[in-house]
Design a protein around this ligand. Structure first.
Ligand code: NDP
Length: 289
């Protein structure tokens, strides 16, 4: 059976990788990008460059968007909205769950269907095994296009709510960016002492391998239990204080560990000093006063 033809709009690093993956696996591909020169490589390999968004939408029933965010989604689709009817728009641009829900409604009002996607790999992971993308939206539409979408990555369907894929994407990014920034903080501190990023690699890898902690704490957290039997928040405050002081003594920025310290201290002030650090959830569940 012929592979499904696809329209791909947005040729940043991610869209470029997606276009290449579709072509590699024999999908006919129509592309459009605000800066048309970015299509050159894909066109040289057989993609068709549409001369307008409207032409790109009309070319195929399945339209994949890889744009910076949902502002760009409206910026691109808004002027061509008359061409949306009957299309399935798989939006792999990242944004908030609320914006994904709004966009799904906006697309539905124009007679098309929105599938929200959250890609979990960098461009180098597109087309590779062992990768995945979160999807949510109408199940039947997802199932119909699953095989084509698996050209890009594995497909992890999370349900009908169009906000859910965006939510899981943001949950993952919450962990990713704070973890990556904490690594950079350590690299800055290490550098102040003549230790290189490469020397740190095995130790940081060990430290971020937190699976055993997640396994241990998650069930307790879900039960609302935060006993101080393994560690106590007051110990955590002392520990993070040493991190802040080491940063200051070393002449590097201490904003990040100081923010952690501040959250820990708020937990103690709320009377949780003898409980586990997981009791900080009570602090984190509401905005800071
Ligand atoms: P970029 O922001 O580099 O580029 C995306 C595309 O959006 C470009 O083609 C750009 O057009 C287009 N664009 C942005 N604003 C507008 C606008 N107002 N009107 C028309 N076109 C616009 O993103 P990436 O390619 O890196 O990523 C795409 C999506 O994938 C993002 O939502 C990102 O968060 C997500 N993602 C990216 C990962 C990565 O490692 N890169 C990893 C996982 C997810 P032009 O070329 O003209 O500037």
């Amino acid at each position: 059976m012929d592979k499904q033809a696809v329209t791909l709009i947005g040729l940043g690093p991610m869209g470029q990788a997606m276009g290449a993956a579709f072509l590699d696996r024999g999908h006919a591909l129509t592309v459009w990008n605000r800066s048309p020169g970015k299509a050159d490589g894909l066109v040289a390999r057989g993609a068709v460059l549409a001369d307008s968004v409207e032409a790109a939408l009309r070319a195929n029933d399945l339209v994949v968007l890889s744009l910076t965010d949902y502002d760009a989604t409206y910026g691109v689709l808004g002027p061509a909205q008359d061409a949306l009817a009957g299309r399935v728009v798989v939006n792999l641009s990242s944004d908030t769950p609320d914006r994904a829900r709004e966009a799904a409604a906006w697309i539905a009002e124009r007679g098309a269907t929105h599938l929200t996607g959250g890609v979990r790999v960098p461009p180098s992971g597109i087309g590779q095994p062992g990768t995945s993308t979160f999807y949510s939206g109408p199940r039947e539409v997802f199932e119909r296009h699953k095989e084509t979408l698996e050209t890009l990555t594995g497909a992890d369907y999370l349900g009908e709510d169009p906000g859910r894929a965006a939510l899981f994407y943001q949950l993952q990014m919450t962990v990713f960016w704070t973890t990556m920034l904490s690594w950079l903080q350590a690299v800055a501190l290490a550098g102040a002492h003549g230790v290189t990023a490469e020397e740190l690699v095995p130790y940081v890898k060990d430290t971020v391998d937190i699976g055993q902690f997640l396994d241990f704490y998650s069930a307790r957290v879900d039960r609302g239990e935060h006993p101080g039997d393994v560690e106590r928040l007051t110990m955590g405050v002392a520990s993070i204080e040493h991190v802040v002081h080491t940063a200051r003594d070393s002449g590097v920025d201490s904003t990040l560990p100081s923010a952690v310290h501040d959250i820990f201290r708020r937990g103690v002030a709320a009377g949780r000093g003898a409980d586990s650090f997981t009791s900080l959830l009570e602090v984190l569940r509401k905005p800071a006063a």
